[in-house]
Design a protein around this ligand. Structure first.
Ligand SMILES: Cc1ncc(COP(=O)(O)O)c(C=O)c1O
Length: 485
């Protein structure tokens, strides 16, 4: 059999050459991004056109020039490191963490069992213990890592279900109508977790929010009482810290007190905002975080690692062993807890060596790096809010509590009923233009523009240009509406 291709695919010298070229290219790209290039943040093409152009590429395959392909991927992607990227909550990964990602991809130590990932398993244990301590858990605290906040939230509620139903549900199922309570502004993955567990729509009790889009804690008791009267067994509250749309932090201390009163599990979805715990200036945003039974924390959001890298922390680490447990024996025997074989506690079997990415940052820069990043982004959000307030054509939805801002173009001469349509069109025009990348969201059925400040190289002057561009677009569109009506 001729194995030429296989030898070629594993040729160390070719790898060295291609790797050097790629890293050089990425370093040049990063330099370019930091100098605020004139390049579009997102070189826009419709999905169909994009697919068509890659189909054409496929027809020319196979080609040996891998760097030409990498270069095309680079230039056609959305540029998260671009300082005018102010869109979704995805980090511009720090280069050291991206290098750790490459190492992880190459070594492929899958980690379900200790032998298949000795280093990353030990580092995962270490990192989770350190973070548990940092956020205020005592020595019982710890956790696991998995691929994404969505999966971590599901795993947390699975653990809650098992523990609050006397450790029987995993094995025997349940005929009770179980339910959890969550703010109506929570990320949609909480709703999905409930439906995946088979609790149906009755299993999710949506608590209304106040004018700052935070869960109304005064409504917890009446909603709980009503659920009980309806025959539901409420087992948990999921708090948002912070919410996705507006970056609003629920009052964790009040929610924790309610949970204590009714013996409910408190899970904090801190996928985005639990990172505030690392900022000396903003850690009060998550006061009461250590009262939670479990916490989701995405490192690939404000903590500068590539996706997906998520921690699921438990106040009592032994609870994490209950999630998929066939029996309660783990409670009786410390050895059974077996932290080193992480597949026992995660939905995933094989997973990436994500702990290495987190540890690379901690080991190289210490906790201070995250403090600097979160503080800078939250400070910038305050200054951005001020820039919005200074422009009478714009309205801020709420004063930002995090690095997420919702606002809209709403000059006094445009009727309220046109504002959603107008702002959606502004956002579409700007998406296709590509100079900035921001998103939109719906608040109380109205469309708002939404900015998340993720890049430490985004400046106040860039944000001022963004607002001018929004207003310019708004005026142009408004003129068009006026003439067409
Ligand atoms: C509050 C919150 N929870 C969960 C998620 C989902 O996280 P992931 O994308 O890591 O699955 C997000 C993502 O934006 C979020 O903002």
């Amino acid at each position: 059999m001729n194995n030429d291709l296989l030898h070629h695919a594993y040729d160390p010298e070719q790898f060295r050459q291609q790797g050097h070229q790629l890293i050089d290219r990425l370093a040049d790209y990063l330099t370019q991004m930091q100098q605020e290039p004139h390049l579009a943040v997102l070189p826009w093409q419709s999905p169909e056109d994009k697919l068509y152009s890659w189909e054409a590429d496929f027809d020319n395959s196979p080609q040996q020039n891998i760097n030409q392909f990498f270069d095309r991927v680079l230039m056609e992607s959305i540029h998260i490191h671009h300082p005018r990227y102010v869109g979704h909550q995805v980090s511009a990964p720090a280069p050291a963490a991206a290098l750790a990602g490459l190492l992880s991809a190459f070594l492929n130590n899958g980690m379900a069992v200790y032998e298949m990932g000795p280093v990353s398993s030990a580092i995962e244990r270490l990192v989770m213990k350190q973070i548990a301590h940092r956020i205020g858990y005592d020595t019982s605290g710890g956790g696991i890592m998995n691929s994404g906040g969505t999966l971590a939230n599901l795993t947390a509620v699975l653990a809650a279900r098992q523990i609050k139903t006397g450790h029987t549900t995993w094995q025997q199922g349940t005929h009770e109508q179980l339910a959890l309570m969550v703010s109506e502004e929570a990320h949609y993955c909480v709703d999905r977790a409930v439906k995946i567990m088979g609790w149906g729509e009755a299993g999710i009790i949506r608590i209304p929010v106040n004018e700052n889009y935070q869960m109304r804690t005064d409504q917890l008791e009446p909603y709980f009482q009503r659920a009980e009267q309806d025959g539901k067994k409420v087992i948990a509250v999921v708090a948002s810290a912070c919410s996705t749309s507006t970056g609003s932090y629920d009052n964790l201390e009040e929610i924790a007190s309610f949970c204590r009163q009714h013996d409910l599990w408190l899970h904090v979805d801190g996928a985005h905002g639990a990172a505030a715990a690392f900022s000396e200036k903003y850690q009060s945003r998550v006061s009461g975080l250590s009262l939670a039974d479990s916490i989701t924390l995405d490192f690939h959001k404000m903590l500068m690692t590539p996706a997906l890298t998520t921690g699921l922390l438990f106040k009592n680490e032994s609870d994490s062993f209950a999630t998929f447990s066939q029996q309660a024996s783990y409670l009786l025997n410390e050895d059974e807890e077996d932290w080193a074989n992480s597949g026992k506690r995660t939905v995933e079997c094989t997973k990436r060596m994500m702990s290495v990415q987190v540890y690379t940052l901690l080991r190289t820069y210490g906790w201070k790096l995250w403090d600097e990043n979160v503080t800078l982004l939250y400070d910038l959000a305050q200054r951005f809010a001020q820039l919005i307030r200074e422009r009478p054509e714009l309205t801020l939805a709420i004063n930002p509590q995090a690095n997420i801002l919702c606002f809209r173009y709403a000059p006094s001469d445009v009727p309220d009923n046109l504002l959603s349509q107008l702002n959606a069109k502004i956002r579409q025009n700007m998406l296709e233009d590509g100079r900035f990348y921001m998103v939109q969201t719906q608040l109380k059925k109205e469309i708002f523009l939404r900015v998340t400040l993720m890049n430490p190289f985004t400046t106040e002057s860039i944000l001022s240009d963004l607002l001018d561009e929004i207003i310019r677009n708004g005026k142009e569109l408004n003129f068009f509406y006026d003439r067409s009506s």
